[in-house]
Design a protein around this ligand. Structure first.
Ligand code: MN
Ligand code: MN
Length: 467
């Protein structure tokens, strides 16, 4: 059984809509390269669409009515949006959940050093990366520096065309005989992912007597730049979160412009399409919820990851504003919910056909991808949603005319992976993985099909509207 290609179905009007949606996504992806930046962009979009902050709603003692729109954030890195439905919240929500953290390099707490007339920043990589992919390409620095006085300085260097970029050097082929004989995982070691940021030597102290060399360093100038331009002292790195990411905007890809090349499609492509669907659906019967969470790439841990109580606490607050304060109501509201865990799938790659089993693989252009289960080595760690729920989503998608397909992540025992689905599943709710297929996943520049982005928004909207 083969699923149909969505491109064949579009008329002129739909292609125009598709192009407009994808252009907005391209801009979002270019501007949102960290979880914090994505939350900021999403909050701005939500407020434009009439969402108010939960904090403000609680402070005002506001009673929530059907059609009301509320959002909550935690530490600026995770976010939950709600549109109150006409049915009591206890009956459950329709939830879209995606993650907004992506694989990258994080600066260490004590990153700055000078070695042989170069100043570098030491990093610790975040998430699953092929380390050799992060050398010899322009990189940017995004993040925040929190200072002792309570102020927080935003950093974004390398995105404005007038900005300098930074990067990690690689060995020339002429001298790489020993490097090239190593296994790929060892060609570039994690500890060697050091970002070069300066090389101009300046005088620190004049020579004591004529004929002597002056005391000089590259560091002095770099520290002065950090201080003058950003107000950062070296010690401030201790309380900073600076992420080293590929520099430059996402681009249209392919001569036919049918794809988008960008950094961090995993999982901002599902986050953005979920957010768009959320903002497009006005007053549903069942309360809509959209979760944009952090830390998925390192196990959904910590206060801003899906395993935290943020979601549960926020639902409790929302219920309270709806006039329901019992703990049982919170449990019911969550357990009776249905969720699409929106995360990317691996698209079939004709360059590497061997890792997939063709009948159970995602393809570019065939729409939203449903993974009944993920996991590895015998479905280990997978959510494995029920057949009944799979039948339900089939019906919802087909009734709305959405192009969709099913897939596994690779052939049996080839590898595998997980998402936030099993964490939501722990509450006893129905949840299935539903996302967009990407190529070159977890690389500095991954690829997605515009048709799949278009179909995802349609699918997510249909899911939110479903009664
Ligand atoms: Mn993901
Ligand atoms: Mn991932």
């Amino acid at each position: 059984m083969e699923r149909k290609n969505a491109w064949l179905s579009y008329d002129k009007k739909q292609k125009k809509e598709l192009t407009a949606l994808c252009e907005n996504y391209r801009k979002f992806l270019s501007a949102g390269k960290t979880e914090r930046e994505c939350v900021e962009l999403a909050v701005a979009e939500a407020e434009k669409a009439g969402y108010i902050s939960l904090e403000a709603a609680v402070a005002a003692g506001r009673k929530l009515q059907p059609g009301d729109k509320v959002y909550a954030t935690i530490m600026g890195k995770s976010m939950a949006l709600f549109t109150i439905g006409t049915e009591p919240l206890e009956k459950g929500m329709n939830i879209l959940g995606a993650h907004i953290d992506s694989p990258r390099l994080d600066l260490k707490q004590n990153p700055l050093y000078e070695d042989t007339d170069q100043v570098l920043l030491d990093t610790h990589y975040y998430g699953g990366i092929k380390k050799y992919q992060w050398v010899a390409l322009p990189l940017a620095l995004h993040g925040v520096v929190a200072k002792k006085d309570g102020s927080v300085v935003k950093v974004c260097i390398g995105e404005d065309p007038k900005d300098p970029v930074v990067g990690i050097t690689d060995l020339l082929p002429h001298l790489a005989a020993s490097q090239m004989s190593k296994p790929a995982g060892k060609i570039v070691e994690g500890e060697d992912l050091n970002v070069l940021i300066g090389s101009e030597k300046v005088v620190e102290e004049k020579a004591k007597k004529p004929g002597d060399d002056p005391k000089a360093s590259v560091m002095k100038n770099i520290k002065a730049i950090l201080k003058d331009k950003y107000g950062i002292e070296e010690e401030d790195f201790i309380s900073a979160e600076i992420e080293v990411v590929p520099a430059g905007p996402a681009r249209d890809f392919g001569l036919d412009r049918s794809m988008i090349l960008g950094y961090g499609h995993d999982d901002r492509i599902c986050a953005y399409t979920s957010l768009v669907a959320m903002l497009n659906v006005p007053a549903p019967k069942r309360t809509s919820c959209c979760l944009l969470v952090d830390k998925e790439e390192i196990g959904s841990v910590g206060a801003t990851g899906m395993q935290s109580l943020f979601f549960e606490n926020t639902v409790a607050e929302i219920l309270a504003l709806c006039g329901e304060t019992s703990g049982l109501a919170v449990r019911r509201a969550i357990a009776n919910s249905r969720m699409l865990s929106s995360d990317v799938s691996a698209a079939f790659d004709p360059n590497y056909p061997g890792v997939n089993e063709k009948k159970n693989t995602a393809y570019f252009g065939r729409g939203l991808v449903f993974n009944k289960y993920t996991g590895s080595r015998g479905k280990g760690g997978s959510n494995d949603c029920s057949a009944e729920y799979m039948a339900y989503v089939r019906r919802v998608m087909d009734d709305a005319g959405v192009f969709w397909q099913t897939a596994e992540l690779g052939k049996v025992d080839e590898g595998g992976g997980g998402t936030i689905a099993y964490i939501a599943g722990n509450y006893g709710m129905n949840v299935v993985d539903a996302g967009i297929a990407v190529l070159s996943m977890h690389s500095p520049w991954d690829l997605a099909s515009k048709a799949d982005i278009f179909e995802a928004v349609k699918g997510y909207e249909a899911f939110l509207k479903a009664e």
